[in-house]
Design a protein. Structure first.
Ligand code: HEC
Ligand code: HEC
Length: 319
């Protein structure tokens, strides 16, 4: 073979000649052929050891019985074994206790990232700060519609929220609307506007926004005296809110502001507990079979909601 390479005239040819160039019949190099046979062998070994042939509903199993899903489940089991003690402990703690315990807090925050990303980020933004035009409340500022204690946040998540303000298009004349828009702008700038305040009270705005226009948590009515806007500080936008209201089904141009409910069950439990605490009753005396029907909707579990409340709280805006 070696001498053939140097002397093409001694090699047999294929009989093909193009433009005076003869196609020789050299054998392939040995190393190349060996690799070819070896790769064939590897295919056969893999074929026998691992799942290979697709059948109608399944595939051949392979001698090792390996599957990707099995490997994934084994890894998952390892992670869960590490998490289990934390999860058990977490389930027994209140959100406030978690906040006070650095180790549990770290765990709760770390394990909530995916939960938040999957369920909340679409509306509230990855870090709790949505794009302004999206129309969702910012969870990182110190301004809360429904309250920023970890318990109130928990209630917001469990029960969902939807503040309502009726459309005022038919309740006010044009001058009154102008005056109220001016009043809202002035309030946010800290400028007194006596006439506007009188109208604010006369038209019943105070009933929801409070006599000081700072908002009432129980209603989720926005604070009108700060520069943090639920919707927008633009005069036209303020006018739009006053004319068409928020979540007023009778007005097609109303602003829609609905936070979905994540667990009816947890919402009821939080309410029953809060009432029991307010009435100074013993929490251990609560008869849950009596309070819960058992078929309450639950998109997230109690522990998940607790974790998320802690997660949102530590965005920096919790009170
Ligand atoms: C479909 C969009 C949407 C999703 C998904 C969503 N939210 Fe909301 N969320 C809202 C809206 C809208 C409001 C404000 C409701 C209002 O203005 O009355 C809100 C309000 C809140 C509030 C109260 C804020 C305040 O100022 O008092 C909290 C806390 C909150 N969301 C947390 C969460 C968490 C945690 C999740 C994930 C489990 C989540 N949200 C998922 C739309 C959403
Ligand atoms: C029935 C209760 C109710 C009444 C009455 C009411 N509001 Fe509201 N208003 C709300 C709620 C609740 C919100 C916040 C909606 C949300 O985010 O879910 C709001 C939001 C607003 C906003 C938006 C603030 C922002 O930060 O973007 C303005 C402006 C406003 N109201 C002005 C008024 C004025 C002026 C009146 C009187 C004409 C009035 N409201 C009467 C409940 C009410």
């Amino acid at each position: 073979m070696a001498e053939n390479k140097n002397n093409p005239s001694q090699v047999g040819d294929t009989g093909h000649v193009w433009d005076g160039i003869r196609e020789l019949d050299n054998p392939c190099p040995r190393w190349w052929l060996n690799s070819l046979w070896l790769s064939g062998l590897i295919v056969i070994v893999y074929f026998i050891l691992y799942p290979s042939l697709p059948l109608i509903n399944d595939s051949t199993k392979g001698l090792l019985g390996w599957t990707q899903i099995k490997e994934f489940k084994e890894d998952l089991a390892k992670v869960e074994a590490i998490r289990a003690p934390f999860e058990t402990q977490l389930a027994a703690m209140s959100a406030e206790e978690i906040l006070a315990d650095q180790e549990m807090l770290n765990y709760a925050v770390g394990s909530s990232k995916v939960l938040y990303g999957d369920n909340c980020a679409a509306c509230h933004g990855t870090g709790g700060a949505p794009a302004e035009a999206a129309g969702y409340p910012n969870l990182t500022d110190d301004d809360w519609l429904f309250g920023g204690s970890v318990n109130e946040i928990q209630m917001s998540i469990a029960n969902g929220r939807a503040g309502t303000m009726m459309a005022h298009a038919n309740l006010l004349n044009e001058t009154e609307v102008d005056q109220l828009v001016q009043f809202v702008v002035d309030s946010s700038n800290g400028t007194a506007n006596e006439a506007g305040l009188a109208l604010f009270n006369a038209k019943g705005c105070f009933a929801c926004h409070g006599a000081d226009a700072k908002g009432i948590k129980a209603m989720g009515s926005a604070n009108l005296t700060d520069k943090i806007w639920r919707f927008s500080g633009d005069e036209e936008q303020i006018r739009h809110t006053i004319l068409h209201g928020v979540n007023d089904a009778s007005d097609p141009e109303t602003r829609i502001a609905v936070m979905p409910q994540w667990s009816e069950k947890v919402a009821i439990m939080l309410q029953v507990r809060a009432d029991a605490i307010a009435d100074e009753e013993d929490l251990n005396d609560i008869d849950w079979s009596d309070e819960l029907e058992g078929d309450e909707a639950e998109r997230l579990t109690e522990t998940e909601i607790k974790k998320l409340a802690v997660y949102v709280y530590q965005f920096g805006g919790g009170q």
